[in-house]
Design a protein around this ligand. Structure first.
Ligand SMILES: Cc1cc2nc3c(=O)[nH]c(=O)nc-3n(C[C@H](O)[C@H](O)[C@H](O)COP(=O)(O)OP(=O)(O)OC[C@H]3O[C@@H](n4cnc5c(N)ncnc54)[C@H](O)[C@@H]3O)c2cc1C
Length: 436
């Protein structure tokens, strides 16, 4: 029988992976469970959706990342519950349900998904941007809109087909709107005969009074001006009342569109429900200063699914918070296992925030530094390359960016229906046949 301490990490995203790596030299039996087989670099999802990068350039199998870490086993499975008294998590995989996996220490890093602010009916018409499948679905939707418009003889239909709406003007919405504008104005312009891709309308909508609310007003203004220069219509101060098959309704006005993409709110994983513990209003688990759950010093919750206040404000849902918390949890477990003095309470070191707006322009805020323009964009590119999971990804993405910057060509403009479905409309035509 093994006498090794069992450490279970749920989630191989930024927080879980940082924790696993920080435990690599521990004499322990570490099990990392994730429902996806890959670690996903979410900050670049919008580049897959806008055809700059391929899915394989922003994700790596977790098993590959941890291949040299002999004390860690990677399991592909979905955690569906936790028994705090028996100290086990329940895991379902392709052919088994609720298999108990025991732990001495548990690190929950299950992240967040998108939230439709109580309007789950929007999901059918406005896919979110959280997984690789979401990004590929958005890419399909965008490219299909151009194909449909080219095939459509009636020019009065072109405007609706070529109207793209992004709901949410946070970093994802702004980055996506900028990249979409570059795609339609520069990349596609010479490839169609019946339509003019540069006439495409891109509308960015948010209820907030300004774009990029986590940034200063000055940078927010610079980002908005840049978007407008790229031809993006920015509509602020009104929430979306309706989203359906024909478009959206905002501030009483209907904007017809076949392509609406949701880049707004996030909702945490159900970790709080599994633990039956206190959560904040958004449903994130309220954790203590050492990132553990009250009365359970063996359970840590980190990253987007945790609620941690510093200076009276909750920490933002960003990769740096998740990584620093993952490393802290590992350090505390190490100190408990080795009997060395524990680290002090967790404290977040904010290195700053960045967002790209189209080609060669970004905004950067770090402490008192607030800059926008090409220099900020170079810094953004350098930092993002650094944080990609493997050196092959770093090299591949770097070369793709240089190629795209110089030639304007994109990495992948394929419409891929992963479910092997027939081309859009084929099913409907078949249903319609007998009646005809
Ligand atoms: C489109 C987008 C753009 C972003 N851009 C930026 C940015 O530019 N800068 C930045 O700092 N942050 C950005 N973020 C936020 C950042 O990605 C998150 O803050 C970060 O990923 C949080 O890390 P995490 O470990 O908590 O969760 P994640 O990285 O989301 O990892 C959670 C993991 O848990 C797994 N999981 C979830 N539930 C289960 C379950 N029940 N069983 C098993 N496994 C499960 C998931 O498969 C996933 O691998 C962005 C997020 C998105 C969606």
């Amino acid at each position: 029988m093994s006498t090794k301490t069992k450490i279970v990490i749920v989630g191989g995203g930024f927080g879980g992976l940082a924790a696993a790596k920080a435990l690599k030299n521990m004499f322990a039996e570490i099990t990392l469970i994730d429902r996806a087989n890959h670690h996903l670099f979410q900050p670049l999802l919008y580049q897959v959706a806008t055809s700059v990068l391929t899915p394989g350039q922003i994700a790596t199998p977790i098993r590959t990342i941890l291949r040299k870490q002999k004390n860690t086993t990677v399991i592909l499975g979905e955690v569906t519950g936790i028994d705090k008294e028996r100290k086990c998590v329940f895991v379902s995989d392709a052919d088994r349900e609720g298999v108990p996996v025991a732990y001495d220490y548990l690190i929950l890093a299950t992240g967040a998904t998108h939230s439709y602010f109580g309007h789950n009916e929007f999901a059918e018409y406005a896919p979110g941007m959280k997984s690789l499948a979401d990004a590929v679905a958005s890419r399909n939707k965008i490219l299909e809109a151009f194909e449909q418009a080219e095939a459509e003889e009636d020019p009065s239909r072109h405007r609706d087909l070529l109207t793209f709406i992004l709901v949410g003007a946070g970093p994802t919405g702004v980055e996506m709107a900028g990249a979409l504008a570059v795609l339609v104005r520069n990349v596609l312009k010479s490839e169609f005969r019946r339509i003019d891709p540069t006439s495409a309308r891109i509308v960015l909508v948010d209820m907030a009074p300004r774009v990029l609310t986590p940034f200063s007003e000055k940078l927010s203004k610079a980002a908005k001006q840049r978007l407008e220069k790229l031809g993006v219509e920015v509509r602020l101060g009104h929430s979306v009342d309706q989203i359906d098959a024909h478009g959206i309704v905002v501030a009483g006005e209907r904007i017809a569109s076949n392509t609406v993409i949701w880049t707004a709110g996030v909702a945490p994983s159900p970790a709080g429900k599994w633990l039956k513990t206190e959560t904040d209003r958004a449903g994130r688990v309220r954790i203590q200063k050492d990132l553990t759950v009250p009365d359970h010093p063996e359970i840590f919750v980190v990253g987007d699914t945790a609620s941690f206040e510093e200076n009276g404000k909750p920490l933002p849902g960003v990769a740096q918070v998740a990584m620093q918390q993952g490393r802290y949890a590992a350090k505390l477990i190490h100190s408990r296992m080795t009997g060395t003095p524990p680290p002090g309470p967790f404290s977040y070191f904010d290195k700053g925030s960045m967002a790209v707006v189209g080609k060669g322009f970004a905004v950067l805020q770090s402490g008192k530094v607030q800059v926008s323009g090409f220099g900020a964009w170079l810094t953004w590119a350098f930092v993002h390359l650094q944080f990609l999971a493997t050196s092959s990804l770093r090299l591949g993405v770097f070369l793709q960016w240089v190629w795209t910057y110089v030639t304007g060509q994109r990495g992948s403009r394929l419409i891929v229906n992963h479910h092997g479905s027939e081309p859009r409309g084929a099913a409907e035509r078949q249903v319609a046949k007998p009646a005809a």
